[in-house]
Design a protein around this ligand. Structure first.
Ligand code: ATP
Ligand code: MG
Length: 369
């Protein structure tokens, strides 16, 4: 095919624990994709990182890994990193390092379920994409403690910049349009979100009028300043508290949600609870020139090495990676294959109440493809 001329190079960083099981599973799924849906040939590069690597070699994110990502790769898949329970001198999380080094300024988390339980016990379709600003807000970690006349007090700095807000907003509106284009490839009955593309801007500018005020103004400015966004995407606002309330009451009311770092962190974990197992939820760390797919779960030491980890979060993360790299059709094929395996219910890992292995689920997804 014409696309065979191009090659996409994917760095694979399984890192720790079940990362070593679910990343190879995701690779097998990528390799099983039919040529007709592929945007390019895929090439894989195995790369080291993680806490276990730190324990053996004294470094969690080796220079060679970074160099290979920067010079060789179009994107990467990261497994999971086990976090030491106590502070270890010289250790810092490799995924946090990666986000910084590769300028992955947004964390993107789809929350999808054909049948999610809501507070009222009904089961409804959810198809929401949360975009969390990934570089600033309270996570600049500038805290200080002082002694005052009434005792100690502590102050944390919260940074909101026009640049970071614009980049997050830009990504939200672009993704709203891209999701709409992808949905149109599906039969009407399979679309959870049936309306026009919509972006919900989360903030608390009634209280934090300076910081969240800047965030809100900037994101709205991105919408107003771009003809395609202004005419093609609806925009609404939610105060973060009522966002949480509405998300649990009517999760089907959201398409794309964009939030500053800390609100996004909280909302996205809450949203994951709406759709069941951690083993189902993917994410992508996205920048202008690089993307790292990453399942939301951790290294799960309690089940590591037993071939029972659910590979679906990693498989969906691989699909998100392809989506960012121009492979909509390939991504859609993976999403649909996974949905069929879940709906079929015969190949489910123990976290979903089944007795299948990681290998069984991966085989079933590959067979659907
Ligand atoms: P870490 O410190 O690496 O985050 P953790 O002990 O917090 O490790 P998580 O990976 O966050 O473990 O998982 C929390 C719980 O969810 C664990 O009981 C784990 O077994 C389960 N879990 C997480 N991911 C999966 C998965 N892919 N399949 C099945 N169960 C999972
Ligand atoms: Mg954890």
């Amino acid at each position: 095919t014409a696309s065979a001329a191009r090659t996409l190079t994917i760095g694979l960083i399984p890192a720790d624990g079940i990362g070593r099981e679910v990343i190879p599973a995701a690779r097998r799924v990528l390799e099983a994709l039919p040529g007709a849906v592929m945007p390019a040939r895929l090439r894989f590069v195995d790369l080291d990182a993680g806490f276990e690597h730190f324990q053996k070699h004294g470094v969690a994110l080796p220079e060679e890994t970074l160099a290979a990502l920067k010079s060789d790769c179009d994107g990467a898949l990261f497994g999971a990193v086990s976090s030491p329970s106590h502070k270890v001198a010289g250790y810092s999380s490799p995924i946090v390092g990666l986000r910084k080094q590769m300028d992955l300024y947004a964390n993107v988390r789809p929350v999808v379920s054909g049948a999610a339980a809501t507070a009222s016990g009904e089961r409804r379709a959810i198809d929401m994409l949360i975009i969390r600003e990934n570089t600033e807000c309270l996570y600049v970690k500038q805290e200080e403690q002082h002694d005052g006349p009434g005792g100690k007090y502590a102050v944390a700095k919260r940074v909101i910049s026009e640049r970071a807000s614009r980049r997050a907003g830009e990504m939200a509106f672009a993704m709203a349009l891209q999701r709409d284009a992808m949905r149109r490839q599906l039969p009407e009955a399979e679309r959870a979100w049936k309306g026009r593309p919509k972006v919900t801007v989360v903030h608390k500018s009634n209280v934090l009028s300076v910081t969240d005020g800047l965030w809100r103004e900037t994101v709205r400015g991105v919408h107003a300043g771009n003809a395609a966004y202004a005419s093609g995407v609806d925009v609404e606002e939610q105060l973060v508290d009522s966002m949480v309330y509405r998300m649990f009451r009517e999760p089907e009311a959201f398409d794309v949600v964009v939030a500053p770092n800390m609100y996004g962190d909280i909302i996205s974990d809450g949203a994951a609870a709406l759709v069941g197992s951690l083993g189902l939820v993917p994410s992508a760390n996205v920048g202008d020139s690089f993307v790292v797919g990453e399942p939301v779960h951790g290294s799960a030491p309690d089940i590591a090495g037993r071939n029972i980890a659910n590979p679906i979060a990693a498989i969906r993360s691989a699909a998100m990676l392809l989506e960012r790299l121009g492979g909509d059709a390939a991504a859609l094929a993976i999403y649909r294959a996974v949905d069929k395996v879940l709906a079929d219910g015969r190949a489910l890992t123990p976290d979903l109440g089944g007795a299948a292995t990681t290998t069984d689920v991966t085989d079933a997804v590959c067979a659907q493809l």
